[in-house]
Design a protein around this ligand. Structure first.
Ligand code: HEM
Length: 488
């Protein structure tokens, strides 16, 4: 009897190995274990180095099995371009991901499947964000207003080194808030701070071990494990947005939209009964998309910029010289000035290339079976474009592994943007807030450097440049010492 049981068990294990073995049509990768796949074969807390090793072993296209889900990884510029641009529409879907499914019900823009609803929501958001437009001030003026509040906050804290995180984060979030809700939050307002804290926490949790486990193993989903925190956090965020929606609904004047929420509420009314994708639950999700997609990405980039300026004072000095030479004592900065500031512009781009704030992009999925490098990638497979590998691709960059603004300058010192610069990804799913983010980065960065010299305050230890891994990569908390360059 025991022999029979052992035989049955052995057969079952062999069956599982056979079931989980990889198909010849799929890209290569390490052999998955039964049930858990490759889940324990790399560092789930920060898998980036493991992905590099796998690319070295298996080539630019490899696959991994995480529990029941198959992931295909795309490494290097040439293949990323094929996926994002050349075959962009075929890869423009989003994978079915249980965590995201619970959080968004696949509405909004970021996690919406490719199709009519996604197109409508994306087009509407782009138009409304571009046209602001709504209200009396342009987006540029709104950013400059917020930059002046940020300068004020910085100036008040010049006596001793301080952590710039909250101030930068608030300034950037206020831009989204002004565009969406028509209002900014003062730095001391804890309601926004609390929400930002849970949003940041979720950006780390959603890329971490417990979310992976939740996605991979259905049995654990109802258990009181740390993944529940992600869903509880999101409830708090939605409750905060709900209050804003209530206020807007109560004060909306038809035909006079004040901000994105007003414009969306009007769109809901206009398209009622037409089976359109505009409805209130969708509005909540899209607000979350724009908040989550637009705040942490941009504020982390600015924090990296401050950190790199402290680490490379000679580069900061060159920016100061250029800003002084081109703008003189004129206190106003305009977005169009970037054409006259090639070095400073190159530094901002180099910060984005080097910091890799969204290291693995947002996962894509083929909308039908697609051929890639001779392999068949089945419809709905999770496809991860490794954007760090694009930004370190030796065939594309003069100085792939060092922080060097010359990556964006030609021999004449003119600004050039290599095709492999993809912090916002590319193709049909390219970042919806790209133009807004670029304007913010330029105006905030130049405002800070015009007014201040930033210095590393702690002689006893060097700055820590190790990123905190998550869907976005932010620097570890740090302090900055500011010296005023001139009074405005
Ligand atoms: C430095 C700042 C930013 C970076 C590095 C960044 C990066 C990205 C990346 C890599 C993607 C994935 C694109 C893909 O699927 O291939 C993305 C998508 C997206 N981003 Fe950004 N982003 C930034 C700022 C913003 C801002 C300011 C907003 C909104 C106001 C925003 C809203 C979105 C949305 C809605 C999507 C989803 C687009 C879609 O699925 O069609 N992002 N972003």
């Amino acid at each position: 009897m025991e022999v029979f049981s052992a035989f049955l068990l052995l057969s079952f294990v062999l069956y599982l190995f056979w079931k989980t073995g990889r198909s010849k049509q799929l890209p290569p990768g390490p052999r998955p274990l039964p049930l858990i796949g490759n889940l324990l074969q790399f560092n789930l807390h920060n898998p980036l180095k493991d992905f590099d090793k796998l690319a070295q072993k298996y080539g630019p296209l490899f696959s991994l099995q995480m529990g029941g889900t198959r992931f295909v990884f795309v490494h290097g510029f040439s293949l990323a371009k094929e996926v994002l641009v050349t075959k962009g529409t075929e890869f423009a879907g989003r994978p079915l991901n249980p965590t995201i499914e619970v959080l968004t019900k696949r509405k909004g823009v970021i996690s919406a499947p490719y199709g009519q609803a996604w197109k409508e929501q994306r087009r509407f958001s782009l138009t409304v964000l571009r046209n602001f437009g709504l209200g009396k001030k342009s987006v540029e003026e709104k950013i400059l207003d917020e930059a002046s509040y940020l300068m004020q906050n910085f100036e008040e804290r010049m006596q001793e080194p301080f952590d710039p995180f909250c101030f930068v984060d608030n300034a950037v979030t206020n831009i989204i808030s002004v565009l969406l809700f028509g209002k900014r939050f003062v730095h001391e307002d804890n309601s926004l701070r609390n929400i930002l804290d849970v949003v940041h926490e979720n950006m780390k949790l959603a890329a971490g071990f417990w979310a992976k486990l939740y996605d991979a193993v259905p049995l654990v989903r109802g258990l009181p494990l740390p993944h529940q925190k992600i869903f509880n956090n999101m409830k708090k965020v939605f409750a905060f947005f709900s209050e804003e929606l209530e206020e807007h609904r109560a004060t909306l004047v038809p035909g006079e939209p004040r901000d994105y929420v007003d414009a969306y509420l009007e769109e809901i009314q206009k398209s009622e009964d037409k089976g359109s994708s505009f409805e209130e639950e969708g509005l909540m999700i899209i607000i979350a998309d724009l908040f989550v997609g637009g705040a942490e990405t941009t504020s982390s980039t600015l924090l990296w910029a401050l950190l790199y300026m402290m680490v490379f004072p000679d580069i900061q000095e060159k920016c100061h010289e250029e800003l002084d030479a081109v703008l003189g004592s004129n206190p106003c900065i305009k977005y169009e000035d970037r054409d006259r500031l090639p070095y400073t512009n190159a530094v901002i781009h180099e910060v984005q290339r080097f910091a890799n704030v969204v290291p693995l992009g947002v996962p894509h999925a083929p909308i039908k079976d697609v051929q890639l490098l001779g392999y068949t990638i089945p419809k709905d497979t999770t496809v991860v474009t490794n954007l760090i590998s694009v930004h370190r691709d030796e065939s594309q960059w003069k100085y792939p592994l060092e922080f060097n603004p010359s990556n964006f300058l030609n021999e004449k010192g003119e600004f050039v943007k290599p095709e492999a610069f993809l912090p916002f990804s590319a193709g049909p799913r390219v970042c919806l807030g790209m133009n807004l983010a670029r304007m913010e980065l330029f105006l905030f960065f130049t405002s800070i450097l015009r007014k201040f010299q930033v210095a590393w305050p702690d002689e006893s230890k060097a700055p820590d440049l190790t990123p905190q891994f998550g869907i976005t990569q932010s620097p570890a908390p740090f302090k900055v010492a500011l010296k005023c360059r001139w009074q405005t």
